[in-house]
Design a protein. Structure first.
Length: 180
C-alpha cells in the first residue's frame, strides 16, 4: 500500500485496506501519546469527505485517560480546538451533510470543549492486541496499527457499520498551530 497516495485521497479498495491492516503490528498506549495529524482513507465509505469538510486536523493523546478524539482547525485555519463528539448523531445522512458543508466548519465550533472525551486502552481486535481509543459517550473504538514509528492506521470500529472506516494518523508534535 502506498501511504503517501492514501493520505492524498487516492481511492483504496476496502478489502485491500483490510488485508493491509491485518498485516500490521499493534502498538502500546504510550506509543500514541502526542499530537497526530489525520487523513481519511478513501474507500467509498459514506463518511469519506466529511471530516475534511469539517476541517478535521487529527487527535491528541496526553495519557491513557486524557484523549481528545476530534481536533479541528477553526474556520480561518489559524488555530485548533477540541470538538465534543457527544452531540454528533451517528445516524446522520452524511450525503446531505456534505451537500450543506458550507455551514459545517463554523457550526461545529458550537460543539467546542476543553474536556477530554476519550481514553486509551489495550484491546484485542481481529486477532491483535493494540492501543484503542474509546470514546466516552459514543459506541466507537478506534483501533490503531503501526505502519512505522510515526504513522498508524486506524480502524473506526462502530457496531452495525456497513463497511469499515479507515484513517491514517501521522505524528505531528512540531505543529505550529495553537489551541483556542
Amino acid at each position: 500500500m502506498n501511504i503517501q497516495e492514501m493520505s492524498e485521497g487516492k481511492n483504496v479498495d476496502v478489502q485491500e485496506i483490510i488485508d493491509f491492516y491485518d498485516q500490521l503490528d499493534g502498538v502500546d498506549c504510550p506509543f500514541m501519546y502526542g499530537r497526530w495529524k489525520g487523513f481519511e482513507v478513501v474507500t467509498g465509505h459514506p463518511m469519506n469527505g466529511l471530516l475534511e469538510q469539517a476541517n478535521w486536523y487529527g487527535k491528541l493523546f496526553i495519557d491513557q485517560e486524557t484523549v481528545y478524539p476530534l481536533v479541528l482547525l477553526n474556520a480561518k485555519k489559524t488555530a485548533l480546538f477540541f470538538l465534543d463528539p457527544k452531540w454528533l448523531p451517528l445516524n446522520l445522512d452524511f450525503n446531505l451533510l456534505k451537500k450543506n458543508s458550507k455551514y459545517l466548519a463554523s457550526g461545529l465550533k458550537l460543539l467546542k470543549t476543553k474536556d477530554s472525551k476519550a481514553r486509551l486502552r489495550m484491546t484485542e481486535f481481529r486477532g491483535e492486541i493494540s492501543a484503542t481509543m474509546i470514546y466516552d459517550e459514543k459506541p466507537i473504538h478506534d483501533v490503531f496499527r503501526k505502519i512505522d514509528e510515526n504513522t498508524v492506521l486506524g480502524w473506526m470500529d462502530l457496531k452495525q457499520q456497513s463497511q469499515p472506516y479507515f484513517f491514517i494518523l501521522q505524528r505531528d508534535d512540531k505543529s505550529s498551530f495553537d489551541f483556542e
